[in-house]
Design a protein around this ligand. Structure first.
Ligand code: ZN
Length: 293
């Protein structure tokens, strides 16, 4: 921690005849990549601090440009907590170049059970499984404890409280989604972790993988899938133009669901965002895809 060292050396230089007091614990300055990670970091920091977030409200994390002010926040950080280059490749060079704090990529942490897309690349949307979110609160607590041992007990206690809440959240989501048996289709390939945790089957996505505009052949295939009558609902993506989804369901037995927001682009920021994200997805999916009365 260069800041702490320079403070200490300044203190020693200005007061050379005093016995050096024990270093006062400093809560690490934390910057995160996306709102769900910010929310998890906020749960672990509790009253000790507020983590920053780089990807702006309403912006797509897969394809993003940092503003100069955000570069400043990054270089002032002690710890950058992020999903990893699998989600935000643009952040890799920035984290390396900012010369700021340490980097804590969560997806590549050995505790994270990583799923893969059909092409073998790691699927970054792991935050959508609350069990993985619970693992991540523990990883974040240990990273903070290592950098700020005076508050280690608080970080660990906050993570334990968060983990109990996340367990309850999983049960809540599973109860909401239990009636949904038939396959659903979604806006982009973001549900590889959410679907198995909540017993859903995804029959297709408008955009395959990440940050790719769907090709004509793929859309024809999806429309044929919707025409088969097994997929109940197609859900457009929050923040995207819903017209494509409307056109895809037109003339098929599939219904158009409410927009889903797997990247929490439209949810108010803060510690409560994570629970709102999972509840919002579960409610919107059940609203369209659960059998009625
Ligand atoms: Zn995504």
């Amino acid at each position: 921690m260069p800041r702490l060292l320079s403070l200490l050396s300044a203190a020693l230089l200005t007061a050379p005849f005093l016995t050096a007091a024990p270093a006062r614990a400093e809560v690490p300055k934390v910057v995160t990549d996306v709102a769900p990670v910010q929310s998890l970091a906020a749960l672990v920091l509790g009253d000790l601090g507020t983590p920053g977030v780089l990807v702006g409200n309403g912006s797509d994390p897969h394809d993003y440009q940092l503003r100069p002010s955000q570069m400043g926040a990054l270089s002032g950080a002690d710890l950058v907590i992020w999903v990893g280059p699998e989600l935000t490749p643009w952040l890799s060079t920035v984290v390396a170049d900012a010369g700021g704090g340490d980097s804590l990529p969560l997806l590549s942490n050995q505790a994270t059970p990583v799923r893969r897309f059909a092409d073998g690349t790691p699927d970054p949307h792991a935050w959508l499984d609350p069990d993985i979110a619970a693992i991540w609160t523990g990883v974040i607590a240990e990273a903070l404890a290592a950098r700020d041992p005076d508050h280690a007990a608080t970080y660990r206690a906050n993570a334990a409280v968060a983990q109990a809440r996340l367990k309850a959240l999983t049960a809540e989501g599973q109860a909401i989604l239990a009636p949904v048996k038939a396959p659903i289709a979604v806006g982009h390939d973001a549900f590889g972790y959410f679907a198995p945790r909540f017993g859903l089957t995804i029959s297709g996505a408008i955009a395959e993988g990440d940050a790719h505009a769907p090709g004509a052949a793929h859309l024809t295939e999806l429309r044929a899938e919707l025409g088969r009558g097994t997929t109940t609902c197609l859900f457009p993506e929050a923040g995207a133009d819903p017209r494509q989804a409307e056109q895809l369901v037109e003339g098929t037995p599939a219904r158009l669901g409410q927009p889903l927001d797997p990247e929490a682009l439209m949810i108010p920021r803060g510690a409560d965002l994570y629970a709102a994200l999972i509840r919002g997805l579960a409610a919107a999916i059940a609203d369209c895809a659960a059998p009625k009365g």
